[in-house]
Design a protein. Structure first.
Length: 115
């Protein structure tokens, strides 16, 4: 089992920044891919960004490329999503995910971007 706890959501004006953190515990993450997903009201959950724990290789959804940055702190078992130039359409609940043979989810954190 992997336990994931997100933090850092909140309310911000368009053009602002937020930093989300996901603290992981319970398993060694060396084989895992860590991801940030989001789900807006009435929409499907979508992948925003992912990072391979072993080598730090990253990937992003087209909608956030150049604005969001995913990183990991191996000393703290934490995944960070730095979100800059936020837009109202980024408003959603953001979920942390750990995926290897199984998939684990955090409880989610609300991000609201006002226009």
């Amino acid at each position: 089992q992997v336990q994931l706890v997100e933090s850092g959501g909140g309310l911000v004006q368009a053009g602002g920044s937020l930093r989300l953190s996901c603290a992981a515990s319970g398993r060694t993450l060396s084989s895992y891919v860590m991801g940030w997903y989001r789900q807006a009201p009435g929409k499907e959950r979508e992948l925003v960004a992912a990072i391979r724990w072993s080598d730090g290789n990253t990937g992003y959804a087209d909608s956030v490329k150049g604005r969001f940055t995913i990183s990991r702190d191996t000393s703290k078992n934490t995944v960070i999503l730095q979100m800059d130039s936020l837009k109202p359409e980024d408003t959603a609940i953001y979920y942390c995910n750990a995926r290897y043979r199984n998939s684990y989810w955090g409880q989610g954190t609300q991000v609201t971007v006002s226009s």
